[in-house]
Design a protein around this ligand. Structure first.
Ligand code: UDP
Length: 239
């Protein structure tokens, strides 16, 4: 008996680093294929699936800015990196059997469709997995903020944040053996306890929009589909 999705429409945030697999840089194709299969499985629960892809496996604006390169230009380069990742994931999704569309916050119509809310919504309604590239389209933001922004405007029921850790902990589990994982938290509790769920701008927007954030590890195969079903190891931050 297939388990029904816990959310009708989700926004999955996949960091650039998740696409590297064990490599130090760039794209690890077997890992991308695995993530694509997981997204297809998530879609097969019946949920509509939008994905915001990061770019940290290729370039982070804050890391390359300096000397002659100003931050805004470096961030433009970072946003372009997210488009490269989205195109790779789009291909992998199609090969895994799902229609997929990349929509870029930075218009580049010879490569993919420009992002518009109505276009994204229509693709989702038609069952396509929608890859939202280019973050917010503005420098000085992150793809986490892009994820929350798109989730709010596309009226997603949750942001599923795929990371390297299986949730939000009382302390850093890598350095503190007494660290405990939260099963559930409110946005206010996370803020009061100064727990880093997302960067401050992204988290403030999620709190304002009362958007649930589900934090889980992408290292587990099938983790995205499990999160869509409301299962698996995760921390849910919700009002
Ligand atoms: N970026 C930006 N505006 C956005 C989203 C991303 O300028 O709205 C740039 C920024 O330089 C960032 C890079 O794109 O470092 C890659 O995104 P991010 O660091 O969020 O990727 P992730 O950490 O998820 O791989």
């Amino acid at each position: 008996e297939p388990v029904k999705p816990a959310y009708a429409r989700v926004l999955v945030k996949v960091s650039g680093e998740a696409l590297m697999g064990g490599e130090a840089f760039g794209l690890h194709w077997p890992t991308i294929e695995r993530i694509a299969q997981d997204l297809v499985e998530a879609r097969s629960t019946g949920a509509e699936v939008a994905v915001v892809v990061g770019g940290g496996n290729i370039l982070r604006g804050a890391s390359v800015a300096g000397q002659g390169l100003d931050r805004a230009t470096a961030d433009h380069m970072g946003m372009l990196a997210t488009v490269m990742n989205a195109l790779a994931l789009e291909k992998a999704l199609e090969q895994a059997g799902s229609p997929a569309r990349t929509l870029s916050a930075i218009p580049m119509p010879t490569i993919c469709e420009p992002y518009a809310r109505q276009t994204a919504s229509r693709h989702l309604e038609r069952g396509r997995i929608v890859l939202l590239a280019g973050g917010t389209g503005n420098p000085f933001f992150t793809t986490d903020t892009g994820a929350v922004l798109r989730a709010a405007e596309l009226e997603c029921d949750a942001v599923l944040k795929a990371t390297n850790v299986d949730g939000v902990y009382t302390a850093d589990p890598k350095t503190d053996p007494t660290a405990r994982r939260y099963e559930r938290l409110t946005h206010d509790e996370a803020l009061a306890k100064d727990l880093k769920v997302m960067d401050a701008a992204a988290f403030a927007l999620a709190r304002e929009a009362k958007l649930p954030i589900v934090v889980f590890s992408i290292r587990e195969p099938g983790a995205i589909a499990a999160a869509v079903r409301g299962q698996g190891r995760a921390t849910t931050v919700a009002p």
